[in-house]
Design a protein around this ligand. Structure first.
Ligand SMILES: [Zn+2]
Length: 312
């Protein structure tokens, strides 16, 4: 085997990744209405609700059912961390009887935009619904990706139900019933996820992620995130960051790299080839995908199946 200099490897990897690691691949839907086909159609008089992402929009739609017409401001396959609003975004905000945001730094520019444009109804910040002490903070910043712990998604659902009941008091019992039915599904999903992850051997639980979307998932289901390929979404890693990541992989014995379906996996493969790791390229976190990952529940089942297959 030919010895290779670590510095040469890092320079080669860094040169090969310019502008591709966080570049969107595939098509982005023209609007944010591409929610799962099993959702009920809005009934006449349904109120307009906007959510910042498709994942949050699906949670809202499960609770509101036919009483609401939900739009995601960031379209399916789009990236919340680097999203640029369009004229349609402003129209959707101005017509909304409820605006649902995640908070915790995920969607602050859009939340500020809601304040500027003005909506018909209130803003619901789902991160505020998390139990005290459950927000994960790194280097002084909250990590926003709480929904990837299904227990936290259940907290989101409870907050959505309370907000919709306040806006539609005459429909409160229907909303409560729909929320309870969905919450029961999520309780089952949480238990299923725990059972699936239990099959992963203890020695295989260290992973690298594309961006830092999985700390809540890891905490809930027993994985250890060793590092991220991209520290700042929208910016490619520097040679120094790649060198640090390779060193962390080596010292930890991390088993797999999780990349994301809406992004190029070239950088993940380059690192994995170097460090002899497994790559799972098609996880979803910030956005829904095509069926069967076109709902929150579908997204979790999709990711869990692939994570377990990569780590067994
Ligand atoms: Zn993210």
């Amino acid at each position: 085997m030919t010895p290779r200099s670590p510095r040469g490897i890092v320079v080669r990897l860094a040169a090969g990744v310019a502008a591709l690691s966080f570049a969107l691949v595939g098509c982005v839907a023209a609007d944010g209405s591409a929610l799962a086909p099993d959702l009920p159609s809005p009934e006449p008089g349904a109120i307009r609700v906007v959510a910042t992402t498709t994942v949050l929009a699906d949670l809202v739609a499960r609770v509101g059912g036919s009483l609401i017409r939900v739009t995601s401001l960031v379209p399916k396959g789009g990236e919340i961390h680097t999203f640029d609003p369009r004229p349609a975004t402003l129209v959707a905000i101005s017509e909304a009887s409820l605006v649902v945001v995640n908070g915790l730094g995920l969607d602050d520019p859009l939340t500020d935009l809601v304040g500027t444009v003005g909506s018909k109804g209130p803003v619901l910040r789902l991160g505020d619904a998390l139990p005290p002490g459950s927000i994960l903070v790194e280097e002084g910043l909250a990590n926003p990706h709480a929904w990837l712990n299904v227990a936290h998604a259940r907290s989101y659902v409870a907050a959505i139900a309370t907000a919709l009941e306040a806006i539609l008091p005459a429909k409160a019992s229907q909303i409560a019933t729909q929320a309870a039915a969905f919450d029961a599904r999520l309780a089952e999903l949480d238990a299923w996820t725990r059972t699936q992850l239990a099959a992963v051997p203890q020695a295989n639980r260290k992973v690298i992620v594309l961006h830092d979307a999985f700390p809540y998932f890891a905490e809930a289901y027993g994985l250890e995130v060793i590092g991220s390929v991209i520290s700042t979404p929208g910016q490619d890693p520097s040679a120094g960051e790649i060198a640090d990541l390779l060193a962390a992989i080596k010292s930890s014995g991390a088993r797999a790299i999780f990349s994301e379906a809406q992004f190029s996996d070239k950088l993940a493969h380059a690192i994995a080839d170097e460090a002899r790791m497994v790559v799972e390229s098609n996880l979803y976190d910030d956005t829904l995908g095509d069926a069967p990952a076109d709902s929150y529940e579908g997204l979790i089942r999709w990711d869990v199946d692939r994570i377990v297959a990569a780590l067994r």
